[in-house]
Design a protein. Structure first.
Length: 183
């Protein structure tokens, strides 16, 4: 359904109707944007239903930032992607309800180390980005470091939100690890 909608929108936007490659590229970008918006809205709704909207925003922001520049697990379909993200979110929300920040803090250091030592995993479908690998690695390390600095600042002030940042780092490293084994 998203593909059909995206293809229709792309056809309306592209002036040169004979440039099929441009239409397909545009449709892919629109489909990705629509899927990201819809899945993010759904995840935020789940967070809201669990009275953890701010924590969900933090988890999604940390995860998306690390996943976007450094890669990780890449599902084969939008539905599989949504199921994996929803499963991860539900696990994180459960862990947040247990109030175990000290254990999460230690795990986040291990996760940070993993993200720094494995800054990039390109899915085979993204192999065309290999020529920009050094730039992605640099940005990935900046995002990981910024996430860790945010965690340290929040932990210093004893903020409950530090657990959300910790879990964001943890799920980012788990995704990156699984991506290297599966993709």
């Amino acid at each position: 359904m998203l593909h059909a909608i995206s293809t229709t929108i792309a056809a309306l936007l592209i002036q040169n109707k004979s440039d099929v490659d441009q239409q397909e590229t545009c449709a892919y970008g629109i489909e990705t944007a629509l899927y990201t918006l819809l899945s993010s809205a759904f995840l935020l709704l789940v967070g809201y239903c669990f009275s953890a909207l701010l924590q969900t925003v933090i988890l999604i922001a940390i995860y998306y930032a690390n996943q976007t520049v450094g890669g990780g697990y890449h599902a084969n379909s939008h539905l599989s992607c949504l199921v994996s993200m929803l499963s991860g979110l539900l696990i994180c929300l459960f862990l947040l309800s247990l109030h175990i920040p000290d254990n999460l803090f230690a795990l986040s250091f291990l996760s940070f180390g993993y993200l720094l030592s494995n800054p990039l995993h390109l899915h085979p479908n993204k192999s065309h980005l290999q020529e920009n690998a050094q730039q992605f690695i640099f940005h990935s390390r900046i995002i990981s470091t910024a996430s860790m600095l945010l965690l340290l600042a929040l932990f210093q002030f004893r903020s409950e939100l530090s657990s959300s940042v910790s879990l964001g780092l943890i799920v980012s490293s788990v995704s990156r690890y699984i991506g290297t084994k599966v993709n």
